[in-house]
Design a protein around this ligand. Structure first.
Ligand code: ADP
Length: 404
C-alpha cells in the first residue's frame, strides 16, 4: 500500500478507527466509545505503540471523528474506508456517492442496528472532509458470488422478488482476507476449495472455491448459522409461534432473546466469553462444558454442510479471537470431522504462538491453518483499489475529452 487509509467502523455509540499504511507495525488504531454520554472517550494506540486515553464528554459521532482526524491529520490520510455491514445486492466496494449512500439507506431494514450508525459516520466524515475520497466496504459483498441454490430460502417466491428476502452472509471482509492469505501460504493462491471458520463474538463459516464465496452460514441477518457469543444461530423458526402461544412473548422480546441472551451465554447461563467458559469448564462447571461442546459440534456440522458447495476440500482456516487463540476449540471442532480426513497435529496446534499464522495438521488429508484476520487491512486495500480505479477512469475520460 503506497498511501495511508483511515478505516472507520461506526456503531450506534462507538467508532473503531485505524490508520492503515504500508507496514502493519505502523498501524495507529483506537476506539471512541460511550458517544453522546458524559463518559465519552477515545482509547487507542498512537505512533510508536504509545497508549492514548482522551476524555471527550458528550461528544457525538461528528465531534469524535473531528478529534480523531485532528490527531491523525499530520499523517495525511489519502482516503477514508467505511466498514458497512449490509450492502444489499452491491457486489463490491464502492466510492461513496449520493446514489451509493441511498443504496446503503435502502438496505437498512436488513441491518436495522448497523446501517443507520454507519450512515451517521458517513454523513459526518462527508461534511468534515469533503475533499477526501470515501469508500464503503460491505460485509455482504464477498458473498454475492453465492449461487442461487445457496442464497434462496425455500419460501414463497414473492418474498425474494418483492422484498429481497434471501441469504446474504456477513464477515465477508474477514473470509475474503483469510482465504486469500491462507491459500497463498498453502501455495495455491485463490485456487481450490477452502472452508473458513471466523470465530469471535459473532461467528460464521464460509466455503470458498477458487477465491469466491460459494456458501456461508449467516443468512438474511447475522443471526443464522453457528452458535455465537449471545446469538443462538440456527433454531427451529417455529420457536416464535411456540413462545408467543405458550409464554405470550411478542416479536421484540423473542428477537432480543435470540440475539442477546442466547448462544454461549444462554447455554452456560454464565458468560458469552469463551475464555471464561473454558476456565469454568476446567473447574467442573457442567453448563460451561456443554456450551463449549454445542459450540464445537454445531460449528463442525456447519463446516460439513458447507462442504457440499465445494468440488473438493483442500483445507480449513481458523480465525477470529477464538479461532486464532484457542487450541482447545480447534481440536474439539476438528475431532467431529475425521471422516473428511482432517488430521490435526496436537503438538503443532498447542505450540502455535498466539496471534501468529501457521499450519497445524500432520501433512496428510486436507490442510488445517490458523490465519489471524485483518479486516482493517483488507478494507484499506479495497478502499485504495476503488480510489485508484476512479482516478484511472477520470484520466481516461480527460484523455477522450482532449481528443474530441
Ligand atoms: P469480535 O467478534 O468482537 O471482534 P473477537 O474476534 O475479539 O471478537 O473474539 C472474542 C472472543 O475470543 C471471546 O469469546 C474471547 O473469549 C475469545 N478468546 C480470546 N482469546 C482466547 C483464548 N486464548 N482462548 C479462548 N478464547 C479466546
Amino acid at each position: 500500500m503506497s498511501t495511508s487509509v483511515l478505516v472507520i467502523n461506526c456503531g450506534s455509540s462507538s467508532i473503531k478507527y485505524a490508520l492503515v499504511s504500508e507496514r502493519r507495525e505502523d498501524r495507529i488504531f483506537g476506539l471512541a466509545e460511550n458517544l453522546g454520554s458524559a463518559d465519552a472517550r477515545i482509547k487507542g494506540v498512537t505512533t510508536g505503540g504509545e497508549a492514548l486515553e482522551l476524555s471527550i464528554p458528550h461528544a457525538d459521532h461528528e465531534k469524535a471523528l473531528e478529534t480523531i482526524l485532528e490527531r491523525l491529520s499530520h499523517h495525511n490520510p489519502q482516503a477514508i474506508g467505511h466498514r458497512v455491514v449490509h450492502g444489499g445486492t452491491l457486489t463490491k466496494a464502492e466510492l461513496l456517492t449520493p446514489e451509493i449512500i441511498e443504496r446503503i439507506r435502502e438496505a437498512t431494514p436488513l441491518a436495522p442496528l448497523h446501517n443507520p450508525a454507519h450512515l451517521v459516520g458517513i454523513d459526518a466524515t462527508m461534511r468534515l472532509f469533503p475533499e477526501l475520497p470515501q469508500v464503503a466496504v460491505f460485509d455482504t459483498a464477498f458473498h454475492q458470488t453465492m449461487p442461487s441454490h445457496a442464497y434462496r430460502y425455500a419460501l414463497p417466491k414473492f418474498l425474494y422478488t418483492h422484498h429481497n428476502v434471501r441469504r446474504y452472509g456477513f464477515h465477508g471482509t474477514s473470509h475474503a482476507y483469510v482465504s486469500e492469505r491462507g491459500s497463498m501460504l498453502a501455495g495455491s493462491f485463490k485456487q481450490g476449495g477452502w472452508l473458513t471458520a471466523h470465530l469471535g463474538n459473532g461467528s460464521s463459516t464460509c466455503a470458498i472455491w477458487n477465491g469466491q464465496s460459494v456458501d456461508t452460514s449467516m443468512g438474511l441477518t447475522p443471526l443464522e448459522g453457528v452458535v455465537m457469543g449471545t446469538r443462538s444461530g440456527d433454531v427451529d423458526p417455529s420457536i416464535h409461534s411456540f413462545l408467543a402461544s405458550n409464554l405470550g412473548w411478542d416479536i421484540y422480546k423473542i428477537d432480543k432473546m435470540l440475539n442477546s441472551q442466547s448462544g454461549l451465554l444462554g447455554l452456560s447461563d454464565l458468560s458469552n466469553d469463551m475464555r471464561t467458559l473454558i476456565e469454568a469448564s476446567e473447574q467442573g462447571n457442567e453448563d460451561a462444558a456443554l456450551a463449549i461442546e454445542v459450540f464445537c459440534y454445531r460449528l463442525a456440522k456447519s463446516l460439513a454442510g458447507l462442504s457440499c458447495g465445494l468440488p473438493r476440500i483442500d483445507g480449513l482456516f481458523f480465525t477470529g479471537g477464538i479461532g486464532e487463540n484457542s487450541a482447545y476449540i480447534r481440536e474439539k471442532t476438528v475431532s467431529y470431522l475425521p471422516h473428511f480426513g482432517f488430521n490435526l497435529s496436537k503438538d503443532l496446534n498447542n505450540n502455535l504462538k498466539r496471534g501468529t499464522e501457521g499450519r497445524i495438521d500432520h501433512g496428510t488429508g486436507p490442510q488445517i491453518w490458523v490465519v489471524p484476520t485483518d479486516e482493517e487491512g483488507r478494507i484499506a486495500k479495497e478502499t485504495e483499489h476503488v480510489v485508484d480505479e476512479v482516478k484511472a477512469a477520470a484520466k481516461k475520460s480527460d484523455a477522450y475529452a482532449a481528443i474530441a
